[in-house]
Write a protein that binds this ligand. Sequence first.
Ligand SMILES: [Fe+2]
Length: 430
Amino acid sequence: MTARAASLRDHTRGAAAMERVLDYYSRNRARTQALFDLLDDGAYYSRPIDLRHPIVFYEGHLPAFSFNTLVKRGLGGASIDPDLETLFARGIDPSEDQAGRNTGHRWPSRDTVRQFAEEADRRVRAALGRDDLDRPGDPLLHRAEAVFTILEHEAMHQETLLYMWHRLPFEQKRRPQGYAPVVDGRAPVHEWIDVPSGRVTLGADEEMLLFGWDNERPHHAADVASFTMQRHDVTNADYLEFVNQGGAAPLFWERHDGTWYWRGMFDLIPLPLSWPVYVSHEGASAYAEWRGWLLPTEAQFQRAAYGASDGRERIYPWGEASPSREHGVFDFASWDPEPAGSHPAGRSAWGVDDLVGNGWEWTNTVFAPFPGFRPLPSYPEYSADFFDGEHFVMKGASPATARELIRPTFRNWFRPRYPYLYATFRCVRP
Ligand SMILES: [Fe+2]
């Protein structure tokens, strides 16, 4: 085992690790509460994105999922309310032909949801306080794995919640005091960075990671030929040239009286030319084709982000230091993007900016299992339901990605026409 793998593994063992788990759980719960507090009561039963459940669902879903996964499935605990546990069990990525299927459903009152959520939360905290959760060789289930499943599930949902909140009318949201989007700065001049050929690692083995989802395992190596990559994400300024030539405008853009605006979280902003454009995979592909360039593969992204001239691979583009504000726009540092290239401390070894943070990065790699894939016992449907050839891999992080999710092996995936994401892209040439 390498030194890096051993140090990552050490985080998963012992009482200190379990204490950190309770901290992580509490931080998650507090942040979920804060996100719901951004909304006016009138938004509670609304459904800002057709393909997803109404907002009420998510207030029940997060504690229900944690309770179902850890307490019921993991530890064999008793039910609280079987109907509510089922109602709030599952809610991701319904396919387009299922849109609207749940619209006639009657949702419980907010008091009912909150009472259930509080009880589920109480029982999850009690379970997290037990000292036998990381017992090695647990015959029932990998309990520590169930713990990280619920922690990462909630952190990931917070990003989903925010891009749903993004679509709500401004008058249904409460702007946090003192928040103003960072719009100054001109669009950076584009540069092409040569990335030399080399071998990259995709995925990790169980003993190497604190926690990884099933789609991150097992690890394998891939050889990447040299290529050239854009130093910066494609900005709104770049994408405007495409739209002016007849390309479709992204969902985040709105036109009023002949002027383009960006629909931010709390404001309509005259199109910030220096921000990375947020577009669907379809939009990103159309732009690349129009320029005569390509979207990177997942392996090319790995090489650009984690490779270095000494032949070793880094944990982060900037090295080994834990992710912090200076490295990029992530961990809820902002409710909107910031100008491309404004975090030089986060630059990769080759000099590519913002690979982690300020928006997920589209690749042209179809989401598929790594060779030797095995579904996760505590959440077997997590990835396997999406190996349908209709989802593309995104890498990196957005402003709404928790810092705990930032690791080289983390993979995100979506359908190519899903327009709501905090996802940007950059192009490559051979
Ligand atoms: Fe979920």
